[in-house]
Design a protein around this ligand. Structure first.
Ligand SMILES: Cc1cc2nc3c(=O)[nH]c(=O)nc-3n(C[C@H](O)[C@H](O)[C@H](O)COP(=O)(O)OP(=O)(O)OC[C@H]3O[C@@H](n4cnc5c(N)ncnc54)[C@H](O)[C@@H]3O)c2cc1C
Length: 438
């Protein structure tokens, strides 16, 4: 018989899959006991990181830390436990005329996960990472004490924890600022770029837009390398919306969300199907430019419209490879990366390019540095390790780094940028892999 709480655990990429102890508690004394009695603990939010960052010998799931604590409607400040999901927060705040300052490409992550990865959105160049709106949080540290961390109290721990990938302790609750919105809609412009030169020019021209993101067809070669669609957006004001949407500008209709019912067979996703997807995606936009209004879910969370979409990669799983290349080397580095991927035939049908603004020097553990970031999904197969090695070498050559929250196999020279997080209590499979250079 397996001891209690040992179970199969994996994150969004379904790779790796491990059998480890996973416990969830909501009583603080019980959580303290768990920390006191174990080593090699890591907190896990909603498992939306792709690789092994929230896996360890002893996993503390924050699923039961799911309560709202306070909502200051006048000043737009929310306090909640760390396991509360951004999706739950949006349901409460959007009808009250508020939105998250920073949100990643899925709303199904916890507040603890947002802080520990110091997540970024489509607005890093204008509004930075999640830590920018963070007022304070409480942290259960390696001595099993709960401490408050802010810019003025335990500031050292505050800055080590944002982007610290859970290695400084368990975040129990957090307080953060929200932004005012007039409507739940975004004024969006989608523009086709035929190649890398065009898309970089479009990013330059769009720097004053709050939100920017591009989808890239990463299987194109030669003069078409970097063929893409840029989407830029601003929160819409009520008066500019079409009349029908002005009736209830802060309410969205409930959508029916389909679910992928089972793991797709491995052969279904191959270079031909990925090529076809890319062809249809690019060509569905017939004109050079489309201007319209879309609801915030369509703009920020296009992938959330299908539950369990990760199953399309089959039981072997997939990885997400996200790197950033400093701005001055951006175009040359991206060109080499895209050429290497196209040559490998290991296509990614989700390839997303974003622009990062200047790094906040205080948030030294956060991934974003000023430059271009590309996120690519690859199905796990026998050729993947070689491709990752090739991509790693290019990222290193151009002075870039890899996003830890997506990583499960990159080399330590690119992922080992965390500081002030080493202690034997809080260790993840990822931090062990990086330290031991596995
Ligand atoms: C479809 C999709 C799109 C995404 N888009 C983006 C994006 O645009 N930008 C971006 O930045 N990220 C993006 N991500 C990644 C995701 O935002 C991060 O991985 C996030 O940290 C996941 O949060 P989680 O609650 O699922 O935490 P988990 O995945 O369980 O854990 C992630 C990390 O947070 C730590 N952690 C979680 N909770 C706590 C806690 N209470 N205390 C201490 N540490 C904790 C874990 O130890 C681990 O290191 C995306 C992920 C998906 C699946």
């Amino acid at each position: 018989m397996k001891p209690n709480f040992i179970q199969k655990v994996t994150n969004w990429g379904n790779y790796p899959v491990v059998e480890k102890e996973m416990k969830s508690e909501d009583a603080i004394e019980k959580i303290k006991d768990f920390v006191r009695n174990n080593n090699e603990i890591i907190a896990r939010g909603n498992g939306r990181c792709y690789g092994d960052a929230s896996l360890s010998e002893h996993i503390f799931s924050t699923k039961r830390l799911n309560k709202f604590i306070s909502f200051d409607r006048l000043n737009g400040v929310l306090e909640c436990e760390s396991g509360v999901l951004l999706s739950d927060i949006l349901e409460v705040i959007v009808p009250q005329g508020y939105f998250l300052f920073v949100t990643p490409g899925t709303k199904f992550i916890s507040v603890g996960g947002a802080i520990a990865s110091d997540v970024h959105g489509k607005n890093h160049h204008t509004e930075g990472c999640f830590s920018e709106c963070l007022v304070e949080f409480s942290l259960l540290n390696e001595n099993s004490e709960v401490i408050t961390c802010s810019r003025t109290e335990n500031a050292g721990k505050f800055w080590a924890t944002v982007g610290g990938m859970g290695l400084t302790g368990i975040i129990i609750s957090a307080k953060f600022k929200l932004k005012n919105i007039d409507t739940a809609y975004i004024r969006q412009e989608s523009i086709r770029a035929e190649n890398l030169d065009e898309i970089f020019k479009l990013f330059d021209e769009s720097e004053s837009w709050t939100y920017n993101v591009a989808w890239i067809d990463c299987l194109q070669t030669g003069k078409n390398t970097g063929r893409s669609i840029l989407m830029r957006g601003e929160h819409a004001f009520k008066h500019e919306l079409p009349k029908k949407l002005q009736e209830k500008p802060l309410r969205l209709k409930k959508k029916n969300i389909p679910t992928v019912p089972f793991y797709f067979p491995g052969f279904l996703l191959n270079s031909t199907t990925v090529k076809l997807f890319n062809f249809f995606y690019f060509n569905k936009q017939k004109s050079k430019e489309i201007k319209n209004y879309v609801d915030y879910e369509t703009f920020f969370y296009p992938l959330d419209i299908i539950n369990d979409w990760n199953k399309i990669y089959g039981k072997g799983g997939f990885i997400q490879y996200q790197m950033v290349i400093p701005k001055e080397n951006g175009k040359a580095g991206m060109k080499k990366i895209l050429e290497t991927i196209a040559k490998s035939g290991n296509g990614s049908f989700l390839a997303v390019l974003k622009l990062f603004g200047k790094q906040n020097a205080e948030a030294y553990n956060s991934f974003p540095i000023e430059g271009y970031t590309l996120a690519l999904d690859f199905k796990v197969n026998s050729k993947l390790t070689k491709l990752v090695e090739q991509l790693d070498a290019i990222v290193e050559e151009y002075g870039g780094r890899i996003y830890l929250t997506k990583d499960s196999m990159s080399r330590s020279s690119l992922t080992g940028y965390l500081k002030n997080v080493q202690n034997p209590k809080f260790v993840s499979l990822q931090s062990k892999r990086i330290i031991n250079n596995i």
